[in-house]
Design a protein around this ligand. Structure first.
Ligand SMILES: NC(=O)c1ccc[n+]([C@@H]2O[C@H](COP(=O)([O-])OP(=O)(O)OC[C@H]3O[C@@H](n4cnc5c(N)ncnc54)[C@H](OP(=O)(O)O)[C@@H]3O)[C@@H](O)[C@H]2O)c1
Length: 194
């Protein structure tokens, strides 16, 4: 399963001055819960903002510079190369605007945190109007009331209806879990020791 994952303001902003323009710890926890034990693809700038490999995940960073290397990170010169490297059952693409158009046709799902405010900044997450994605379920408001969770699914996804429904249930379940337990971490971490 390939999903694009992003936190997006009401006016589509995802970043400002190379950083994320809000501080929402619960939203960050949600990213962690969902991606734990899976493959995460990031653009080089987004990765540099984080500054280190995400623990217990396969980290794949997109860069056209073959001289760049980081600890516990695999680099790829194209999205195609990055997808060929993935070892996770699920792959989350957390990229900025640049790769969006290239990644969208490959995504089965979009997992968005809609931050319920307008902010100035760039890059933007392009509008989904006219794109072949529909909301898989009603948005779920976070307890803080500051953002809502949205799961979108490709209209003509290659998944069967049953598999689509099962994946939406599994995504919702993992998003709603309070935290990743140490037990889960131990269980999953062996997979991505580089
Ligand atoms: N709100 C969110 O969910 C979210 C998520 C991610 C990022 N962000 C924000 O978005 C901003 C960064 O996004 P961005 O669009 O400026 O940059 P980005 O997508 O994170 O990184 C861009 C870099 O990725 C590499 N790259 C891009 N496309 C590539 C391709 N097809 N093949 C190989 N390498 C490729 C290039 O690296 P080289 O220059 O090294 O070749 C490019 O300069 C930050 O403000 C960050 O905070 C927000």
């Amino acid at each position: 399963m390939i999903a694009l994952i992003a936190a997006v303001s009401l006016n589509g902003v995802i970043g400002k001055d190379g950083k994320i323009p809000w501080h929402l710890p619960q939203e960050q926890q949600r990213f962690k819960r969902l991606t734990m034990g899976q493959s995460v693809i990031m653009g080089r700038r987004s990765f540099e903002e984080v500054g280190h490999a995400l623990l217990h995940r396969q980290n794949i960073v997109l860069t056209r510079n073959p001289d760049l290397h980081w600890e516990n990170v695999e680099t790829a010169g194209s999205l195609e190369e990055a997808l060929a490297l993935r070892r996770g059952l699920d792959c989350y693409i957390a990229i900025g605007q640049q790769v969006f158009e290239e990644a969208l046709p490959l995504a089965d799902f979009l997992v968005l945190s809609r931050v319920l405010t307008t902010v100035s900044g760039d890059p933007f997450f392009p509008s989904l109007a006219g794109r072949p994605f529909v909301r898989a379920k009603a948005p779920l408001l976070a307890p803080s009331g500051l953002w809502q969770e949205e799961i979108w699914v490709r209209q003509r996804c290659l998944f069967s209806l049953e598999k689509k429904a099962a994946t939406v249930r599994s995504l919702s379940y993992r998003l709603s879990k309070r935290d990743v337990s140490n037990h889960d971490r131990r269980k999953r971490s062996w997979r991505f020791c580089l």
